[in-house]
Design a protein around this ligand. Structure first.
Ligand SMILES: C[S@@+](CC[C@H](N)C(=O)[O-])C[C@H]1O[C@@H](n2cnc3c(N)ncnc32)[C@H](O)[C@@H]1O
Length: 272
């Protein structure tokens, strides 16, 4: 498995990016054409922009994580950077409370609005916030964005693979917004790439944070930092404290700890 991954990584370095993207798209189009009927609310592979892995498997696994951390059916939840509804999909059969999701990718939100129109407690919003990778015409800077929700509105707020594409000032603002919209006692689950003594030595074939973005974060791609950003764990700990969020648990992911039983990214679980 590791050898296959290494080989693919080496191949990636040889084949130029435009050709790689085209080949990938063709592969996905083939899978869409030959894969039979798609399950409800699962986007075609060639139109999926939220990352690798199987859409259903990844969503179901995270649903399990949310339940393990206390999700119950009457809760009101917020999914920040909800993408194409990968995490929302398994919750439709479970949640009687309110689900709100927002994202800066307009096409993703249009897809969700359309797919979930028969699920009245699920609502999706587009936020026209700038990100060089996901919305390079966005009008508002993420560091200035106020979430369109009242204070103390949610029992749970979660972000999967969102702060891993955002800069320091942006995550500072977003975490304080998360604290604002969480009810007292509410929980937030956020995935990060956390830099500490162990993960800094990581030999992961892809997640190599070699380039400084600023004094607390590093990226894998110098020319396109938002591709993947990792933060110093001490910065993250201090930020939670500043925002009034108490860290209850950190589940270290496989990217920095190959023996981890968890997902690729690290996850910080905190309460207000
Ligand atoms: C890797 S995708 C993950 C999507 C979704 N959370 C999931 O796991 O399926 C990253 C998502 O973050 C969104 N994003 C990036 N910057 C954002 C921001 N400032 N506010 C909200 N969403 C953002 C992108 O548009 C994209 O949908």
């Amino acid at each position: 498995m590791a050898n296959r991954r290494d080989m693919l990584h080496r191949l990636k370095q040889i084949v130029p990016l435009p050709l790689r993207s085209r080949l990938k798209w063709l592969g996905y189009a083939w899978q869409d054409a030959t894969g039979g009927t798609r399950a409800a609310r699962v986007p075609p592979k060639r139109k999926t922009f939220i990352g690798g892995g199987d859409f259903i498997t990844v969503g179901d696994a995270f649903f399990g994580t949310l339940k393990r951390h206390g999700l119950s059916l009457a809760m009101d939840v917020l999914d920040v950077g909800c993408g194409q509804g990968r995490m929302a999909r398994p919750m439709t059969e479970f949640l009687t409370g309110r689900y709100e999701g927002f994202d800066i990718d307009r096409a993703g939100i249009e897809w969700c609005k359309n797919q979930y129109k028969d699920v009245p407690n699920f609502t999706f919003h587009h936020a026209d916030v700038f990100n060089a990778r996901y919305n390079n015409t966005g009008k508002t800077a993420a560091k200035d964005y106020r979430f369109p929700f009242e204070d103390n509105a949610f029992d749970m707020v979660f972000l999967t693979s969102v702060f891993t594409h955002m800069f320091k000032d942006d995550v500072e603002n977003y975490l304080s917004e998360i604290a604002r919209v969480l009810k007292p006692g509410g929980k937030c689950l956020v995935t990060w790439f956390l830099l500490d003594e162990i993960s800094r030595q990581s030999q992961h074939p892809v997640m190599q944070f070699r380039y400084d973005v600023d004094n607390v974060s590093q990226t894998t791609v110098k020319s396109n930092p938002e591709a993947a950003i990792a933060f110093e764990i001490d910065f993250v700990r201090a930020l939670y404290e500043k925002c009034g969020l108490g860290i209850k648990d950190i589940e270290h992911g496989k990217w920095g700890r190959p023996d981890s039983q968890y997902d690729l990214q690290d996850m910080v679980v905190a309460t207000k």
